[in-house]
Design a binder for this molecule. Sequence first.
Ligand SMILES: Nc1nc2c(ncn2[C@@H]2O[C@H](COP(=O)(O)OP(=O)(O)OP(=O)(O)O)[C@@H](O)[C@H]2O)c(=O)[nH]1
Ligand SMILES: [Mg+2]
Length: 293
Amino acid sequence: MWALKHFKKSPPPSPEYDKPWRPMDWKTNRQTFMATINDFESGNKDIDTLRVLLHGPQGAGKSSFFNSVNTALEGRITTRALAQSAFTGRSFTLECNTYKIKKKAGSFYPFSFTDIAGIHDDSSTSIRTEDIRKLLSGHIKDGYTFNSAKTIDEDDQKYNRNPALKDRIHCLVGVLPASTVSLMDGEVIKQMKAVREKARDLGIPQTVIITKVDEACPLVHEDLKKIYTSKKIKEKMEACSYTLGVPISCIYPVKNYHRERATDATMDVLILDALQNIVNFASDYVEDQVSSG
Ligand SMILES: Nc1nc2c(ncn2[C@@H]2O[C@H](COP(=O)(O)OP(=O)(O)OP(=O)(O)O)[C@@H](O)[C@H]2O)c(=O)[nH]1
Ligand SMILES: [Mg+2]
């Protein structure tokens, strides 16, 4: 009895590491990122735009991620890609849309984002993997509306019979929500892996954006700067790395702009860090393709 009364419960383990496991300098980074991104060139004089494809489950935050990049670069809230306001059970983005972002001086940044419909857990209603392979290799032009019942016809006016390096996708970005990364449907994982394999066969570099970190971890919800000390977020990133087979170093967690009414320096740093890495991968790919003929 005495022993029970005086038995001290050990405190619950802290949800936070003492030190960040990925270094991030929150104060100075935004200017540094902007300077680098503003001076960025495609890495090849024949290719003025590096093409990035956003791919992932429906409602993962793909359109919101593009809007977030646009917002972080422009320094004001923008919503060019329509994101869904609430979950509807259907993919909100239907057409294949490619977006470029204007610099203040009127020219464009040397990269674009292609936003397509998300993967459904029923593969018969998702964009066909074969069509995504064609998109990766540059056969599908912007504005094409995918048909889950059949792949693009070679006579379709949106079909490009002879794509050049500039028409290809130069970096594949998987987008997954942190909150459901460990609960992902087997069919969705299968479709994502199939696309990753196609990209690998074409030598296209790949990264992953983990969205909705605010919904996955209360600490991060309170203070986004805790993203790299949060045990929960590290756990989610490890689960994502394991499930998809992507190295952790190529996974970037972000909180997307979705209902904010003003920009936020901490959100911008995470978004711009991810953007800089994506664009560097794409540029390396283009350089390698040219040097290997
Ligand atoms: N809390 C939170 N919500 C987010 C975040 N990113 C996106 N959302 C919300 O998630 C929902 C889906 O976002 P979308 O950008 O439309 O997702 P999508 O991947 O483009 O979806 P489909 O086009 O339907 O495949 C929207 O209601 C967004 O407001 C985020 O980082 N945090
Ligand atoms: Mg969308």
